[in-house]
Structures are given as C-alpha cells and as structure tokens.
Design a protein around this ligand. Structure first.
Ligand code: SF4
Length: 353
C-alpha cells in the first residue's frame, strides 16, 4: 500500500507524463477514483502536466433518478419496509426523502450489506433497494438465487459500458481518454471496453485506486495518445484480468436482463439498467408492488441543482452556484452532495474542511 503512495515514484511518473508534452482531457466514472484524485491533489498535479481530469456518471446514488427515489418513497409511505444503504435515504425528491418519511413513521432501515436486509426478512416483508453497478449487482443476484422468504428487490442496478457509450456518443464535451473503473472491471474484465475504444478511437485504461495507480494509468493514456493508439490497457493487473469474474457475470446474467433506462442528467440510455428477469418476478418489487408504483410522475430536479451537468462532466462542482453556499454535505440540495461518492461531496470534503 505504502509503495503505491511513494512520493519519489510519483514524481518520476509525473516527469514522464510532462516529457510527453501532451494536452489531455480524461474522464473517469468512479467515486473512488475521484476520492483518490481529490484527496491526494492529483487533479492539480496533473494540470501541471497538461492533463485535465473530470468525473462522469460514476456515483450510483447520484445517477439514480428522481422517479426511482419517488418509487422507494411511495413504498415506504404505503407501509412497506425499505432496506437501503445510508446515502440513499438523504437523496431529496421534491420536498421529501426516505429520511423524512422515516421521521414521519415510515419503516426505512439503513443496512450495511444485503445480508442485513435478509436478516430483517426473517421477521417481516422487506424491499431491498438494489443500487450500484456491476460491482454490487452480484451480491443482489446471489441473494435472489437463494429465494429468501419475505424478500424482494427494487432494482436500480446499472451497467457501466452503455453509459460510457452514451456519454461518448453525445459528444457534449471532448474526451481524449477514459480511465476505467477498477471495481467494476474486476467483474466485467477488459473486453467490454474494446468496442468503445474502437468506436470512438480513444484509449481506455483500467486503473486501481492508489495515487500511483492513477498516475501510472494517466501516463499509459498519454503515451497511447502520443503514439496514435487507442487500446484497452490494464494498469490494475493485481485485481483485474481480461475476462473478469466470469462466475459473477453469470449470476448477474441469470437474474437480470438489460433494459433501457434514464440516468440522472442523461436522456434514456439503451440497455443500461439491470431489470429483473420475469422468472424472478416473485422477488421483483417492481412487479409485486406494481399498483403502488404505477402512475408516479417524475418530479423535476431540485431547483438550481446542476447534478446532471456534473454527472455529464459539463461543469465542475464548484461551478454550480449553490456549491458550498446553499448546498453542503450537512444540507445537501442534490445527490452529488449527498453521496460520499458524489463529485460535489468529495470536492467539498477535501477542499472546504
Ligand atoms: S453543489 Fe449541490 S446543488 Fe450544485 S450540483 Fe452539486 S449537489 Fe447539486
């Protein structure tokens, strides 16, 4: 671990990047990468090398849409017990949130793993909010395959490659290379990025989460651009292999199937959501509680909040007029300030504390 934070090695890599004399705009889609980049000041360090780094739609809580939050709230308001990870309860939808529903008597439980939700199901019916990308979906799928009593999932799980495809296709901002998420890549491997690197002609490099991982991955991207290559490379070889975790991919594929879905700040992205397959309808809260969920009209984003622009990499958090004034981690206006993986929250925590 300490080796991967070695200052002297970092300086050598930075000098190598500088020696390439190249200007790059890099996007990543991972809250943990953003944490490393901001915490260790790599954003400023890389700027001195001509490299700009922006966070895209890499925070699962942030990309969850207002409608999905409203659906969870509707269930809680109708007496259904909800189990979810902590950040989700504070995401506002209109003038309410799961946290407010809980304060008014709703049964909203914060859990630290899906096993905690299963423990609740031993005594009462519970709906688990399935949030996250390919990294967290296997544990949800394995639980469903176990066919537990009193247990269902409202799936907000999403696939990362279709989001990258949509982002690059939109062409809203110029992106020279993609820093691929290490956690997601442990599951999906390197192969899903190959068609994207080909289609858009830009390098994709999978990186780990230590400072030297990120710096080395940036060097690999810069080297590719300088040499006119656009390949998928893997800096995170200690955890990621080309094929990924085939067993985990199988359980995801067994329980979920791709469906078109909106992501916060994006138009609908084809085949980007993990919808539960019909054969597991008995564990699909969207089916079980269809009568409660149907007809809910999506509320607009919180007034003045620019999470959508942050998630598409169009602005930095501090360019939102509400950042740090009206919107702070203790009084968040949008999900990017609620979630510890959100770009606004990370920026505020490391640069305002
Ligand atoms: S600072 Fe707050 S209001 Fe602005 S984009 Fe971020 S979360 Fe939304």
């Amino acid at each position: 671990m300490l080796e991967l934070r070695n200052r002297k090695v970092a300086e050598r890599i930075v000098n190598q990047i500088k020696a390439l004399h190249i200007n790059l705009k890099i996007m990543h889609v991972c809250g943990t990468h953003q944490d490393t980049i901001v915490r260790y000041g790599l954003d400023h360090l890389l700027k001195t090398c001509g490299v700009e780094v922006i966070q895209g739609p890499g925070c699962p809580v942030c990309v969850t849409t207002p409608l999905e939050i409203q659906q969870a709230i509707a269930l809680a308001e109708n007496g259904v017990t909800i189990a979810t990870f902590g950040d989700m309860v504070r995401v506002p939808a209109g003038d309410t949130s799961l946290e407010k529903v809980r304060a008014e008597g709703g049964d909203v439980r914060i859990v630290y793993s899906i096993d905690d939700a299963r423990a609740i199901a031993e005594t009462k019916e519970v709906v688990f909010l399935g949030v996250g990308f390919e990294t967290t979906a296997p544990s949800t799928a394995v639980t469903v395959l176990d066919e537990p009593d009193n247990f269902s999932v409202l799936s907000f799980h999403r696939y990362i490659p279709p989001a990258l495809d949509a982002l690059l296709e939109m062409g809203e901002i110029k992106i020279d290379a993609i820093l691929c998420p290490g956690h997601v890549s442990t599951i999906i491997g390197a192969l899903p990025y190959v068609p994207l690197a080909e289609k858009y002609g830009i390098p994709h490099v999978i990186a780990g989460f230590e400072p030297l991982d990120v710096l080395m991955a940036v060097y690999m991207m810069a080297k590719q651009v300088q040499e006119g290559r656009h390949e998928v490379e893997n800096e995170y070889v200690r955890c990621v292999n080309t094929e990924g975790n085939v067993k985990a991919q199988k359980v995801i594929g067994e329980v979920f199937e791709p469906a078109d879905a909106s992501w916060r700040g994006f138009p609908p992205i084809p085949q980007s959501k993990m919808a539960m397959r019909k054969k597991y309808a008995a564990y699909d809260a969207a089916e079980i509680y269809e009568d409660v969920l149907e007809g809910i009209e999506e509320l607009p984003e919180p007034k003045g909040c620019r999470c959508g622009d942050v998630l598409r990499g169009v602005i930095y958090p501090q360019q939102c007029p509400l950042f740090g004034r009206v919107c702070t981690p203790s009084n968040p206006v949008g999900p990017c300030m609620v979630s510890i993986e959100g770009a606004c929250n990370i920026e505020y925590r490391y640069k305002n504390d």
